[in-house]
Design a protein around this ligand. Structure first.
Ligand code: AMP
Length: 280
């Protein structure tokens, strides 16, 4: 496993490796099984697997969240080595943003709903770094978790608008046995809080199993909020039903409809997101 820290070093390496089909997994580190499932998928589907670890300050709308974001590069490198990762790219903020102001895209409103509404500037920050990383790594395939459902939709849109020759590969959400979606931020929860936070998924499952054609989505949004807010530590920020492709809000359940339920819930001071697919 080779570790590359400088953009220039990566550019030189690219000259040597150009012919290899490359899979890329961008991360912010504090790696867990969710990240590693992406790495393993890339290993199967490509000749070369590149993982980047970079905590991108531009995508944090909350300074405390940035400062307290878990950092453990040594452990991350051990996990990547164990999973046969080929290249780890570990850039520094100054180097990666040098001479680059960001990528201007038309979000078509996707940056101001759901996550975008509560995290102003977040998606512009995500697009800025992913575009830049794509330009350096030049992957054939890039792997993103469905855990960040809206991010995935926005990255697909970015690739389309920038006309990049990169396949965006969506990957399933990896969960704890309790159902809690794995997340680097879970490290900041106590064991008790993790157990309680598993009710986010359990409540979404209840909804998945109960919704009926003709019902209003509002009814189930209220149900989710009420159930969640009854648990210690938990506070629902939003729950929304939307089209899985366009992310447009859905108001009523119709026959044969596929719907994504996306939620954000605070567990004490930690903000957690999750989503689930419903087939009517
Ligand atoms: P992050 O380090 O949080 O920026 O995540 C890096 C990538 O891993 C993103 O594409 C995430 O969607 C993905 N990811 C994070 N958690 C999970 C999970 N529990 N299951 C699957 N993918 C995940």
């Amino acid at each position: 496993m080779r570790i590359i820290k400088k953009v220039e070093e990566y550019r030189n390496f690219l000259d040597e490796s150009k012919k290899m089909q490359t899979g890329f997994v961008p991360t912010m580190g504090a790696l867990h099984e969710g990240h590693l499932s992406l790495v393993r998928k890339s290993k199967i589907e490509n000749e070369l697997t590149v993982v980047s670890i970079f905590i991108n300050p531009r995508q944090f709308n909350d300074r405390t969240d940035y400062e307290k974001y878990p950092r453990n590069t040594e452990h991350d490198l051990t996990l990547l080595e164990e999973n046969d990762c080929d290249i780890v790219f570990l850039p520094e903020t100054e180097d990666i943003y040098k001479g680059y102001n960001g990528f201007e895209m038309d979000f078509k409103g996707l940056d101001s709903i759901y996550e975008g509404k509560y995290r102003p500037g977040h998606f512009q920050g995500v697009v800025d770094i992913v575009y830049r990383l794509f330009d350096i790594v030049k992957p054939d395939n890039a792997y993103f978790g469905k855990k960040d459902f809206q991010q995935l939709a926005i990255i697909k849109l970015m690739v389309q608008q920038a006309n990049l020759p990169i396949n965006i590969i969506p990957c399933e959400i990896i969960r704890e046995p309790s159902g809690l979606a794995m997340s680097s931020r879970n490290q900041r929860l106590t064991d008790e809080q993790k157990e309680i936070a598993s009710n986010i998924y359990k409540t979404m499952l209840k909804i998945k199993e109960s919704v009926k054609v003709g019902e209003s989505c509002d009814k189930w949004i209220n149900f989710f909020e009420k159930e969640i807010n009854n648990f210690a530590f938990l506070k629902c920020e939003y729950a929304a039903f939307c089209d899985p492709e366009t992310l447009k809000p859905i108001y009523f359940f119709e026959e044969n409809q596929g719907i994504q339920l996306c939620v954000a819930v605070w567990c004490d001071k930690i903000r957690l997101i999750d989503n689930i697919f419903l087939q009517l």
